[in-house]
Design a protein around this ligand. Structure first.
Ligand SMILES: CC(C)(COP(=O)(O)OP(=O)(O)OC[C@H]1O[C@@H](n2cnc3c(N)ncnc32)[C@H](O)[C@@H]1OP(=O)(O)O)[C@@H](O)C(=O)NCCC(=O)NCCS
Length: 157
């Protein structure tokens, strides 16, 4: 049975394996590093002793002088990934719901992410709405390089 729990440092190896299954090896950041870091909220999906999914949320105060959207758009989903063999069974959706609920204080506060077009439908099913580049620019002063999505607790499905 799949369970969701807070990530622990002992999960790092299995979380690295999830990242490697989801992102190119050359990706510039190792998301398992966030586990235990203040201002982040990290959860794993487990199937017995196996870690099959991971989500990392950033919820420290926004840094409006930062050069990247992830520094300015808070709370922000840094990573969500599920091992290929465990996909399409609702694990990703459960991780996103847990991640969003853990960092949002009130019903209408937005939480943000950046994503590729091929995964946009996954977020739209969960109630996320695509932000226009002008909306992001007005909110945090940067033109997004790619797709930006947001959701509030009120809209999360
Ligand atoms: C995206 C990802 C986390 C989804 O995990 P998952 O466990 O397969 O997702 P779920 O089973 O919870 O899917 C929930 C719904 O979204 C749909 N869905 C899943 N992936 C989708 C996609 N890429 N595009 C459109 N819809 C998708 C499912 O069919 C399901 O729909 P339903 O509720 O109508 O049945 C997983 O495919 C993954 O790890 N991908 C690689 C890493 C990645 O792209 N992460 C996002 C970085 S921005």
């Amino acid at each position: 049975m799949i369970q969701i729990r807070a990530a622990a440092n002992a999960d790092e190896g299995q979380v690295d394996a999830i990242q490697h299954a989801c992102l190119p090896a050359a990706h510039r950041y190792r998301y398992s590093q966030n586990i235990g870091v203040p201002g982040t909220a990290n959860f794993v999906a487990t199937d017995g002793a196996a870690v099959v999914g991971y989500i990392s949320m950033l919820h420290s105060p926004p840094d409006l002088a930062g050069p990247y959207l992830w520094q300015r758009l808070k709370p922000y989903m840094a990573f969500v990934g599920v091992l290929p063999a465990s996909r399409k069974h609702g694990v990703g959706a459960r991780l996103v719901r847990q991640g969003v609920r853990s960092v949002v204080q009130e019903e209408h506060q937005l939480t943000w992410l950046e994503c590729e077009e091929q995964v946009a439908g996954f977020y739209e099913r969960l109630g996320y709405r695509r932000a226009a580049p002008s909306e992001v620019l007005a909110a945090v002063g940067l033109v997004p390089p790619g797709l930006v999505y947001s959701v509030s607790l009120a809209d999360l499905r």
